[in-house]
Design a protein around this ligand. Structure first.
Ligand code: FPP
Length: 253
């Protein structure tokens, strides 16, 4: 049994995270370290996406949410934006057969209409072709930011109120959640950020209210399956109290 298999077998199968979210940071720095162009870092990052997706599905994770392109990423140099858009379309097209054979359902979160036509059509095709899949759901966040999403939810609820369809005072947390892009999904149990920065960068701010956060200095292209399992082991060693006391949690109150 190799090191990875040993780690996997040490996992508590009854306490696996249902939903894992990831911030895939460090592609640019990885490329710089190797003396490569930033785009090579993103290409290498796609190999990690492939590996992490397969690993998540094999581990029985039900939802994997990846921050592929943020609203703020539109402000990067236009050639990097164009490369990323091309790579995202290319990757989804290339990965689709294997995703389908692993019964993975693809879901897109974000302001997808802003994605250029060609990659957008590839993403829609992948989403629609995988709609029947019943295994892991892979959420790809594109042109996504939490503030955009929460603002959009506020707009939708305000419209319903203005039309007299709901009472402003009757708006509940559930109604807000139902108007986010993650409607119907459980909140992430675990958020992993690679690349050494310890911040959440406008990602799933509503949904990670009680998520366990795991930060690693490892750059995304170097994020190995072993590192991933280490993050889950760390998660399993934490006590999730959701605002209760430790005694209440231990007595299952
Ligand atoms: C952050 O690294 C990474 C990104 C902005 C892009 C991540 C996207 C991919 C790996 C492609 C995903 C594709 C699919 C289909 C899910 P950075 O460039 O900010 O790195 P740095 O902080 O070292 O500069």
């Amino acid at each position: 049994m190799d090191q990875l298999e040993k780690k996997i077998s040490s996992l508590d199968k009854s306490r696996m995270p249902v939903h894992v979210a990831m911030i895939m940071d460090g592609n640019g720095r990885w490329a710089k370290q190797q003396g490569f162009a930033r785009s090579d870092g993103h290409t290498e990052g796609i190999s990690t996406v492939h590996r992490v997706t397969k690993m998540s599905s094999d581990l029985g994770i039900k939802y994997l949410t990846l921050y592929a392109f943020s609203t703020e990423n539109w402000n990067r140099p236009s050639d990097e934006v164009a490369t990323l858009m091309y790579l995202i379309g290319w990757a989804i097209e290339r990965e689709l057969p294997e995703l389908l054979s692993n019964n993975v359902r693809i879901h897109l979160l974000g302001d997808i209409e802003r994605i250029p036509e060609e990659p957008r059509q590839k993403l829609f095709y992948a989403r629609d072709s995988s709609a029947h899949c019943t295994g892991m759901q892979l959420n790809i966040c594109l042109s996504y930011s939490s503030r955009w999403e929460i603002t959009d939810a506020a707009r939708k609820l305000a419209k319903l109120a203005a039309e007299g369809k709901i009472e402003p005072d009757s708006i509940t947390e559930e109604m807000v959640a139902d108007n986010l892009t993650t409607t119907g999904m459980p909140d992430p149990d675990l958020l992993i950020r690679t690349g050494g920065e310890e911040r959440v960068s406008n990602y799933l701010l509503w949904q990670i209210a009680y998520s366990e956060l795991y930060f690693t200095p490892v750059l995304w292209p170097d994020f190995s399956n072993e590192e991933y399992v280490d993050a889950i082991i760390d998660f399993q060693n934490r006590e999730r109290r959701f605002g209760k006391t430790s005694e209440q949690v231990q007595n299952n109150e």
